[in-house]
Design a protein around this ligand. Structure first.
Ligand code: MN
Length: 248
């Protein structure tokens, strides 16, 4: 099925933002994939079918879900509230189909910011459409004004999680650029990090090779950042292993 040879680098599909009929990808996502030993491939929104998503999942070794606009709450059974921002239905549809197929095949999925949210929605979880109006008491500042590479809030990490292993401990400081967040984790996903106000900052599947989402932006950290290197490194390594298995 897979066309990889033993020495080929894993081929990793990255979902871009959808802006006015343009597919736009911040290059730092692709740079981290390359730096970590993978080959990045951007996946545009062409209005393709779920069969197309299945074909992509069969060929690619991993899926990286980038940040971006809000998720249409129809995907977790809610009507839109006043605090909902821009939505991109074409992106929702494509990502939901890709995620479900990658997870079904047990191929690695790494979700960043919007990516943790769409991952959770795809697997049956719910989201806060707008944490500022839906969470009480008022949450911490999750839309930082500081430069993107500067971590502004603490997260407490669950002991025994993959994230704890990658972080090498149970506390980190991370950056924050979001107003939506995971509310109820999808069946099969564990919440593995929260901020002091209770907002979910990471989820993972304990039963898949690599299904993990983070609410922060590891790709915006500088190239030598320890936690970002650990996250992207583990993701790309899992993709490489996935390719080797598929060849057999
Ligand atoms: Mn945050």
């Amino acid at each position: 099925m897979a066309k990889l040879t033993g020495s080929a680098k894993p081929l990793i599909g990255i979902t871009p933002s959808s802006l006015d009929k343009q597919s736009v990808l911040q290059q730092d996502y692709a740079e981290w994939v390359s730096r970590s030993g993978g080959v990045p491939l951007m996946l545009p929104y062409s209005g393709g079918t779920t069969e197309d998503a299945a074909q992509l999942a069969a060929v690619l070794d991993g899926l990286l879900l980038s940040g971006g606009a809000d998720i249409d709450p129809i995907h977790f059974g809610e009507e839109p509230i006043q605090g909902l921002g821009n939505i991109t239905p074409e992106r929702d549809a494509a990502e939901l189909a890709l995620i479900r197929e990658f997870v079904r095949l047990d191929k690695p999925v790494f979700g960043i910011c919007r990516g943790i949210q769409v991952l959770n929605a795809a697997l049956g979880g719910t989201l806060y459409q707008d944490i500022h109006s839906q969470c009480s008491p008022s949450p911490l500042k999750h839309s930082q004004k500081a430069v993107a590479s500067y971590p502004t809030h603490h997260i407490a990490i669950e002991a025994g999680s993959r994230l704890a292993t990658l972080a090498g401990g149970l506390g980190e400081r991370v950056n924050s650029f979001h107003h939506q967040a995971v509310k109820e984790a999808a069946p099969g996903l564990l919440i593995t990090a929260r901020t002091a106000d209770g907002i979910v900052e990471a989820v993972e599947s304990p039963t898949h090779r690599f299904v993990l989402g983070v609410q922060w932006h590891p790709e915006k950290m500088e190239a030598g950042d320890r936690l970002s290197a650990a996250l992207f490194g583990a993701f790309v390594d899992a993709c490489a292993w996935s390719g080797e298995q598929a060849v057999q």
